[in-house]
Design a protein. Structure first.
Length: 411
């Protein structure tokens, strides 16, 4: 979709605060009816510092409510961060071992903000850490974290910490800041929970490498990922708000059994009064790399559209398996959105009982009453896993995958 001509963004830059967003790409989604987040926005890049972000958006309170009431991370079996899947557990173990080098004392109070089901804290406990706390907006996540031996789980978020939270020697923000509307206020607030000499480890998707790991069109421009950092802009964020970045880097993490994903990270500590932070140079390359990502996504999207046309999706009554980010994009951009959709389903129960474009979201077992209707898998990243899950449930429905390169027709 073409970007609008305006250069002024409604939302200030999350890194430098300037109102100087230059449009890059306009995004639309088809979301569950009544969904609280934006059904579309423009991705812009800041002409001052080079950061990339989405605008306009609902206020921060809408995001706080969403992660409190409807977080996919509360479901350990389907959400990342729990370690329930072997590939996710491997990623969490790698992160825990890296954090151990930043907090060598096993008595260090480590606070994981946005902890999900607590998988990272479980890995840290296995390494011998004895003072671990997870903070998450969702009560189910806090409960799952508390169920881990030796770990506390508390309800809260970056703007409302639990009243009884003790100062931390290390605060962890693992794939959190890309979800936050009011980033500057969130980073400023970290000072309140870091004790003397305390540090913050922040890890985010590395937007400068999205194209290298492209598996689904525009998947990184989704309803939840509203900030797009490079290593340089992440360092600038902390340095510009009174933090000293003592270490930084990039990495590649596991995102499914068969795919990897780029990430950037910083380790920062609070500067002493009157201590000047080093100036952070703007990132003049991020817009170029994201432009290549947009072009590559358009090319992949065209292949998905062609596949939908070859399969006659728009003229077929179907069930869609998937209520997540890729489905939201495909419904907005491909013939999938024009199909006669009897129902949606997903192994994650958070949307059961809701509707998408008027079609109900039902549990997978409800499909046993309509075995003749094909199931179209709405995920390109996890298509193989979902096909295996359908087979394991013994569902008789024909299965259609939209991944370019999979066999035509049903399987």
């Amino acid at each position: 979709m073409a970007a609008s001509a305006t250069r002024n963004a409604e939302r200030p830059c999350p890194v430098c605060g300037a109102h100087a967003g230059e449009p890059l790409h306009q995004r639309a989604f088809v979301l569950p009816d009544g969904h609280p987040l934006a059904a579309g926005y423009t991705v812009v890049t800041c002409t001052v510092c080079g950061a990339a972000y989405a605008t306009p958006l609902p206020d921060q309170a809408a995001y706080d409510r969403y992660y409190r009431d409807a977080s996919k991370y509360a479901d350990a079996a389907t959400g990342t961060g729990s370690g329930a899947q072997a590939w996710d557990d491997e990623r969490l173990g790698e992160t825990a071992r890296a954090l151990a080098s930043f907090a060598p004392a096993l008595s260090t109070h480590i606070v994981d903000v946005g902890c999900g089901a607590g998988g990272l804290l479980r890995q840290l406990a296995a390494l011998g850490y004895t003072n671990l706390t997870g903070v998450d907006p969702a009560q189910a996540c806090a409960d799952a974290t508390s169920a881990i031996s030796g770990v506390r789980g508390l309800v809260g978020n970056l703007f409302a910490y639990p009243a009884d939270l003790q100062p931390a020697g290390l605060v962890v923000l693992s794939h959190v800041l890309e979800h936050v509307r009011d980033v500057g206020a969130a980073v400023d607030g970290l000072a309140a929970i870091t004790g003397a000499g305390g540090r913050v480890y922040a890890e985010v998707p590395d937007a400068s490498r999205y194209t290298e790991y492209l598996v689904a069109p525009f998947l990184d421009f989704n309803t939840e990922h509203i900030n797009h950092f490079s290593e340089a802009t992440l360092r600038r964020l902390f340095a510009s708000r009174g933090w000293n970045v003592v270490a930084y880097g990039t990495k590649t993490i596991t995102s499914s059994p068969t795919t990897r994903y780029p990430a950037a990270w910083v380790l920062a500590e609070r500067l002493k009064p009157r201590e000047a932070s080093a100036p952070a140079a703007p990132d003049r390359e991020l817009r170029k790399t994201l432009s290549r990502y947009v072009s590559a996504s358009h090319a992949l999207l065209a292949r998905v559209i062609t596949r939908c046309e070859e399969l006659g999706i728009a003229a077929t009554e179907i069930i869609v398996w998937g209520t997540g980010q890729t489905t939201a994009i495909l419904l907005a951009e491909t013939p999938l959105g024009g199909a006669r959709i009897r129902a949606f389903t997903d192994s994650n129960p958070m949307h059961y009982g809701r509707t998408i474009s008027g079609a109900p979201v039902v549990p997978p077992d409800a499909l046993r009453t309509m075995p003749e209707i094909p199931i179209v898998i709405g995920s390109l990243l996890h298509g193989g896993e979902i096909a295996d899950a359908i087979a394991a449930r013994g569902l008789a429905n024909p299965v259609i995958r939209l991944d370019p390169g999979t066999p035509s027709g049903t399987q």
